[in-house]
Design a binder for this molecule. Structure first.
Ligand SMILES: [Zn+2]
Ligand SMILES: [Zn+2]
Length: 510
């Protein structure tokens, strides 16, 4: 059984009404590692619905978290905002409502493209609407209990009089107001900036610390499932304290926990938004087809770490997806090591499974065609020389074309990139010219097919007695001015017979 179904079955033992929660702090670019949380949870959400459960998927953006420091990607001028809620800091580009939105918006768009449509909540709005009002009172009334739980389980040393609420200081706008006296509903607070005031807790803004807010949310939203990264799951971490606070303070049975592994960027280690060791999720959806990106997360158990390789690895990933697709549509037998093919394929579709198999153009072929063609119409023209294209295939082809263009421009290794020369202007030695002449004679007689072109090249190399290296170099040199290039058969086929023969003709005529 697929892992999402295993979890769904387990959840069904708890009941058939579920709220699945996801949350992300938009303090920096929301990276592809964060996608794992929403994608894992959404797959379980789908599996629950498939079982007839009533399920809700929620996404809480931690927009009211304070800015912790000036991250490397920020301008020094952000120093003055440290400690202020993300929702009240100006956006770095000037085009978004605030700092949090700047990072949140592209992520929400990426989720949408991936077919993930949760109910979205923004934490600063929840606070402003009084959503947490009762939970805040409960937390303050139980301050000693919470302090003891945190001290005991997490090994902290919170002082007597510590209160589980930070006031948003009316003077400096930071979440650094400490409650000094509490007698419901009035509080006296003092801020690090020196400001002091007495206010009504129901009228003042402020925030519960994460370790208290998390269990409060479970009880208020009725959360029954939440996936989180290893950082929260460490001994004495926020899950350990959260589940006890949920039961003992908020009188709520904690959700079923589910720990997922981080994503590593190949060759660079675990992704963290704050260190720049990451590719934003919104970037990844620009270069990986949506269903292929989902596939990456559906195929592996969430407890396994994934290496995301934005270089050559991306081509292999798309090939692998295409293979699952062929098996799903019965065009190929599953090979050893392929697991839950049908379910993985289904769950990889952002917006439902197609009735028939779309035309497959391997991504590495498309990478070649996209560099030969000047625009999408030319791509279609090249592909139509060999294959008939349906309207339905054209849509997928267009998506893949646009994404591969973005990849070629921004992430592809140089070895894969080339530009077809408008005209060959270099020098060729006599041997190479003779070889090309013979090759031309052979190519003129064959059917313009990758396999046949490939054989013709090898036969000519043999017959003429030139080394394979020299032979191929001559071909690449006159077309792209480089010693190496894409696999010659498919490459020449895509360039077209007329182009290839006339290029060779120009060179031998010189
Ligand atoms: Zn912005
Ligand atoms: Zn202050």
């Amino acid at each position: 059984m697929h892992w999402a179904d295993v979890v769904a079955e387990k959840l069904m033992q708890r009941g058939d009404e579920h709220v699945l929660a996801t949350a992300i702090t938009p303090s920096g670019p929301i990276h592809v590692g964060n996608l794992r949380e929403v994608m894992t949870t959404e797959a379980i959400y789908r599996a629950l619905k498939d079982r007839g459960a009533k399920a809700k998927l929620i996404f809480i953006a931690d927009t009211f978290d304070p800015l912790r420091k000036v991250y490397p990607f920020l301008d020094k001028s952000y120093e003055k905002y440290v400690g202020m809620p993300l929702s009240s800091i100006p956006c770095p580009c000037g085009e978004h409502e605030n700092y949090a939105e700047h990072f949140l918006q592209p992520f929400i768009e990426a989720m949408d493209e991936l077919g993930i449509k949760p109910e979205i909540y923004k934490d600063h709005e929840l606070y402003a609407q009084g959503f947490y009002k009762n939970a805040i009172k409960t937390a303050l009334d139980n301050a000693d209990k919470i302090r003891n739980i945190l001290n005991e389980i997490s090994g902290r040393n919170l002082p007597e009089g510590w209160m589980p609420f930070n006031v948003l200081c009316e003077n400096c706008g930071r979440l650094t107001g400490e409650i000094k006296e509490y007698e419901y509903p009035s509080i006296k607070y003092e801020c690090k900036c020196g400001w002091k005031n007495s206010v009504n807790i129901n009228e003042c803004m402020g925030k519960m610390p994460w370790r208290v807010e998390w269990p409060a949310r479970w009880s208020l939203f009725g959360v029954t499932f939440e996936a989180f990264g290893k950082d929260h799951a460490s001994p004495g971490g926020s899950w350990d304290t959260g589940k006890v606070i949920a039961k003992e303070v908020f009188n709520y049975e904690p959700p079923m926990p589910f720990v997922y592994e981080f994503i590593h960027l190949k060759g660079r280690g675990a992704m963290h938004g704050s260190t720049g060791l990451a590719i934003a999720a919104s970037e990844v959806v620009k270069m990986v087809p949506a269903e292929v990106l989902r596939f990456l997360f559906m195929k592996y158990e969430p407890s396994r770490h994934i290496e995301f390789d934005a270089s050559f690895g991306l081509l292999d990933l798309v090939d692998e997806y295409d293979e699952y697709e062929r098996v799903y549509f019965g065009m190929q037998e599953a090979r050893a090591g392929m697991k839950d093919v049908r379910r993985v394929y289904e769950l990889s579709q952002p917006y439902g499974t197609k009735a028939k198999m779309p035309l497959q153009i391997p991504y590495r072929h498309l990478a070649v065609v996209a560099q030969i063609a000047k625009n999408f119409d030319e791509v279609i023209e090249i592909i139509q020389r060999r294959t008939e294209l349906q309207k339905f295939d054209e849509e997928r082809l267009r998506e893949r074309y646009e994404k591969i263009k973005y990849w070629l421009k921004n992430y592809a290794p140089d070895a894969i990139k080339f530009e077809v020369l408008e005209k060959f202007e270099g020098e060729m030695d006599k041997r190479s010219i003779e070889f090309l002449e013979r090759l031309k004679n052979k190519l003129e007689t064959i059917e313009w097919d990758a396999e046949k072109i490939h054989s013709a090249i090898h036969e000519t190399i043999k017959e003429y007695g030139i080394s394979a290296k020299e032979g191929f170099e001559a071909i690449y040199k006159i077309i792209i001015g480089k010693k190496r290039g894409p696999r010659a058969g498919y490459f020449l086929q895509s360039l077209g017979k007329e182009f290839v023969l006339s290029r060779i003709h120009e060179v031998i005529q010189k």
